[in-house]
Design a protein around this ligand. Structure first.
Ligand code: GLA
Length: 387
């Protein structure tokens, strides 16, 4: 048994005694490209990363849900009949929110479901924009679906995780994070069409091309329940309405002159980001297929400029991480995730990873910023049952 699974089982035993009925895990994600496109019915291209949350679970004879996490003190208990989405707070809102959202999908609602003991462990850094919350939601969703015998498929599980996040945690996020965590494959990116909800695994070929991804966690906070994310989403919806379309997905680069003529300057910039970002996702996938990983750098760099100038969700720390990676020879770099803090990613030649990481750390020290946490990530398998 690998170390993470052993820790997960041992932690369960220390909290509840005995062995769990099973152990499930789900990864965090890094979005390669396609930011703030998911809730606009657009395209995104994330990977699942090699950092995972585990949920060890055992069904109970009564109707009690008990959850505990090795990252937070205290056990949270609630009766299945009393799970109120509006009353859930803190870390336990994620697994319990999933239980609530899943009970809506069960025939007969919560009444036919058994109680459950759930013990969570994780090595996905929290607050770094790597979707540690989606990792919890997806591991819990898979565990509950299996033990409750609901047989939900992965798109259903992604929607349940998203519903928990939207309703219980109060963040108006899209479907990307949960889709990446559930559908990831080693060495592949997941091309998501958030309109049709069709997904396609696209080979990255990073190892063959001698390149890899570095994550630069700026360790500056980001919270999607705060105003910035929601206000960007409102601008996009407003722009779509004023341009007479159901979502910005209906528009392409040819519509930009009309958008410029009809919208105020700020809404236009928000719309331009989404329209051009959708195109960059498609261009990235096409470049990967025809020319290989070393060819996607310009799209990553342009995506960052668009988020900095048009969508205005970058920060001084993220900008420095990106510019310093680029100056140190990265193939491409951009902030990743919702923005307002969190992490950037850099695509680097394997031989350059050390110098790029050291150089960024030096530039952060010189700027007087908190030392960033810099580490490599590889595309990994999505949520799965481990034991
Ligand atoms: C967060 C949200 C996602 C997505 C990204 C931005 O990660 O959870 O749904 O909107 O921000 O691309």
């Amino acid at each position: 048994m690998n170390k993470v699974l052993q820790l997960g089982s041992e932690y369960f035993a220390s909290q509840f005694g005995g062995a769990p009925d099973g152990l499930w895990s789900a990864p965090g994600r890094v979005n390669l490209i396609g930011e703030h496109t998911d809730y606009n019915d657009g395209f995104a291209f994330p990977i699942a990363i090699d950092k995972r949350t585990t949920v060890a679970a055992r069904a109970r004879e009564d109707r009690l849900l008990r959850v505990t996490s090795s990252s937070f003190p205290g056990m949270v208990e609630v009766n299945l009949d009393d799970v109120d989405p509006d009353a859930l707070t803190g870390w336990a809102a994620y697994p319990l929110g999933v239980a609530w959202a899943m009970s809506l999908a069960a025939a007969g609602g919560a009444s036919g479901l058994s109680g459950m003991d759930l013990a969570l462990t994780s090595d996905v850094p929290a607050g770094a924009g790597l979707s540690s919350s989606a990792a919890v939601e997806c591991a819990a969703a898979l565990a509950l679906s299996d033990l409750w015998g609901l047989g939900l498929d992965r798109p259903d599980l992604a929607r349940i995780g998203q519903l928990a996040e939207n309703r219980v945690v109060g963040a108006p996020t899209g479907i990307m994070d949960q889709s990446a965590s559930l559908l990831g494959e080693p060495d592949h990116g997941i091309l998501l069409d958030c309109q049709s909800l069709k997904t396609e695994s696209v080979a990255l070929g990073f190892a063959g091309a001698g390149v890899g991804l570095l994550v630069i966690d700026t360790r500056t906070s980001h919270s999607h329940a705060d105003g910035g994310y929601a206000s960007r989403r409102r601008s996009c919806e407003d722009g779509a309405r004023r341009l007479g379309v159901g979502s910005l997905r209906a528009l392409g680069p040819d519509d930009l002159p009309r958008a410029a003529a009809q919208l105020d300057g700020q809404t236009y910039r928000r719309v331009r980001h989404v329209i051009t970002e959708n195109q960059r996702v498609l261009d990235t996938v096409a470049a990967l297929r025809t020319s290989g990983a070393a060819a996607i750098g310009p799209f990553l760099n342009e995506s960052h400029v668009s988020m900095r100038e048009d969508f205005e969700i970058s920060t001084a720390e993220l900008d420095l991480a990106v510019s310093s990676a680029q100056e140190l020879g990265a193939i491409g770099a951009r902030m990743t995730g919702g923005g307002f803090g969190g992490a950037a990613l850099a695509l680097v030649r394997n031989g350059d990873a050390g110098t790029v990481a050291e150089g960024i750390a030096r530039d952060f020290a010189q700027a007087g910023y908190t030392a960033p946490h810099i580490f490599p990530v590889t595309a990994s398998e999505g949520a799965r049952r481990e034991l």
